[in-house]
Design a protein around this ligand. Structure first.
Ligand SMILES: [Zn+2]
Ligand SMILES: [Zn+2]
Length: 559
């Protein structure tokens, strides 16, 4: 493979840079007018209190959708939602073959089946450490350790140099399931020469090392051994090594394991498809678990982040059909608090505590969880192994990326660049530089419909959530005389002892009538003019009464 004079190698993040979530990275090769592209990861991020009703957020693929015919493949590094979750939503806009290792491919097939795309999408399974050729790109997987089976880094070789795209990783000397980090492959790559390393920044502010799954296993075994009542344990279902540790802790203490929550069952099936979790005693169902003595059962639950419909939330609400926890029982959180989830998690834990359940979390019980991302000592080692000429931090908020740039400079990496989503970074030839900016943004999945970020529906919903809503209905005859109304109704607006809601409604109705009375005969024939007059009058009065600007919806009927 030789580079033509006008060829360039570019990196373009469309998600995952300046945020932790919705990873969507592109590499382009060729002359600027005729680049060939590969996509690395296609993930989601999750909504919060600022996006009422929107749980799933996607990266906006508009830029690459225009070049869909030049996308040679979508390579998925591992099966976390922030790396594969957007595939069922956005694959139809790209239609390029999907490449993944067996565990990731298993979960991908499940997702595509649910989206009715399994017959259309092409999934090509790559073995661990396998190589694929996609036009000018030769992509070789490098086995890493993380918090899910089969995490892969990618060595992306092109005629203009090699990029090491790390994906998510840590250096776990004893990951329990799966091999250790393939240090030899990374060193070999370093010896051959790494042009750029595009690298995980999640824990760049944390000194030392993330710690090993093997340490968590010991802590869990000791803790479960001390407990007498029922035990519930929550962890990310995708962390199969952690699931395995919790299961072993249960077995060592003569407890049978019951999986509670859909994603626990799905992940167990995915794990078994690649030969993991195969030597455990059979799980019992939640209905069966009810017949076991309290000290003979352990519930492995979803919902460690306080997700409202997950198993743990239902148990905490006393709403689970088969699982009840109370005084004398314990709940272990073998997970971290994902930023943004502090409030729902605290509410969940308070509800459990109120039932008399004893709580054990990472904060008060060190060792109950370890991170899956590299801390500073691990980052240093990775830079020593790979020795890239250019550092490109990703998978972090702005502050993480800039701290990562500083760390790379301290480690004598000659160039470092921290792109924002949409920044087109030229990696070669010449010095690394941001040479263009392309459209990048987010799409919201709202009631199953993909909508633009801050579209009309969400704007109105947010507005109504904070300010309430008023409806005004009016029926006029052909001569513009009132047949019925105006009738005002209020939703989500307060009244109190001194000024009851019905007084406010009367007040608003009077204002609407007055406004109507001021309209000319012609204006009364014009529905739009009537609606506008009513709406203005009611809005003004609402502000006088509540100092708020509720959503106002007017309806004019002609009879
Ligand atoms: Zn990630
Ligand atoms: Zn991950």
């Amino acid at each position: 493979m030789n580079a033509a004079a006008a060829d360039e190698l570019v990196f373009l993040p469309l998600g995952g840079s300046n945020e932790i979530g919705m990873n969507f990275n592109l590499y382009g090769y060729g002359p600027p007018h005729a680049r060939k592209w590969i996509v690395v990861d296609l993930g989601v991020t999750f909504g919060d209190q600022t996006t009422p009703g929107v749980e799933i957020i996607l990266p906006d693929p508009a830029f690459i959708e225009e070049h869909a015919k030049d996308v040679l493949g979508v390579v998925l590094t591992h099966a976390h939602e922030d790396h594969i979750g957007a595939v069922p939503w956005l694959w139809p806009r790209l239609r390029a073959p999907l490449y993944a290792t067996p565990f990731t491919a298993f979960l991908l097939r499940e997702k595509l089946r649910e989206a009715d795309l399994l017959d259309e999408a092409v999934i090509r399974e790559i073995p661990l450490s396998g190589t694929i050729r996609l036009g000018p790109f030769e992509v070789t997987l490098i086995t890493l350790t993380h918090s899910i089976p089969e995490p892969n880094g990618l060595a992306i070789k092109t005629p203009l140099g090699t990029v090491l795209h790390t994906g998510d990783w840590k250096i776990d000397p004893d990951p329990l399931l799966g091999p250790v980090t393939d240090q030899a492959a990374i060193r070999r790559l370093g010896d051959e020469g790494v042009l750029a390393m595009v690298c995980d920044s999640t824990n760049v502010f944390v000194d030392g090392e993330a710690g090993s799954e093997a340490e968590v296993r010991k802590v869990l075994a000791a803790l479960v051994g001390q407990l007498k009542g029922k035990v519930a344990a929550a962890c990310f279902a995708s962390n199969v090594a952690r699931m395995d540790s919790i299961i072993r802790a249960a077995e060592a203490n003569d407890r049978r394991v019951c999986l509670v929550g859909r994603s626990m069952l799905r992940m167990a099936a995915a794990a078994r498809s690649v030969g993991l979790l195969t030597d455990t005693a059979p799980f019992i169902t939640d209905a069966e678990a009810g017949y076991f003595p309290a000290d003979k059962v352990l519930y492995l639950c979803t919902g460690s982040q306080g997700e409202p419909r997950a198993a743990l939330a239902r148990i905490a609400d006393g709403a689970h059909p088969h699982v009840a926890l109370g005084a004398g029982d314990a709940c272990l959180f073998s997970s971290r608090v994902i930023p943004g989830n502090e409030v729902p998690i605290r509410n969940l834990q308070n509800k459990l505590a109120d039932r008399g359940v004893r709580l054990f979390t990472e904060r008060d019980h060190p060792g109950l969880h370890v991170s899956g991302h590299p801390c500073r000592e691990e980052l240093k080692r990775m830079y020593q192994w790979a020795r890239p000429a250019i550092a490109v931090p990703t998978h972090g908020e702005r502050r993480h990326l800039l701290e990562h740039v500083a760390l790379a400079k301290d480690l004598q990496v000659s160039e470092a660049i921290a792109p924002r989503n949409g920044d087109l970074v030229r990696l070669a030839p010449g010095r690394a530089a941001i040479i263009d900016e392309v459209p990048a943004g987010r799409l919201y999945v709202d009631a199953g419909v993909v909508t633009p970020e801050n579209g009309e529906a969400l704007r109105e919903r947010r507005h109504a959530a904070f300010n309430g809503m008023l409806t005004v209905a009016l029926a006029l005859d052909r001569k513009g005389r009132i047949v019925s109304g105006p009738q005002v109704r209020a939703l989500g607006l307060p009244g109190d002892e001194g000024y009851e809601l019905s007084d406010a409604i009367d007040d608003l109705t009077d204002e609407a009538k007055t406004a109507l009375g001021k309209l000319s005969r012609e204006d009364r024939d014009d529905d739009h003019a009537v609606e506008q007059a009513l709406s203005r009058a009611v809005k003004r009065a609402a502000f006088r009464i509540w100092e708020r600007r509720p959503v106002v919806e007017t309806t004019v009927l002609r009879v």
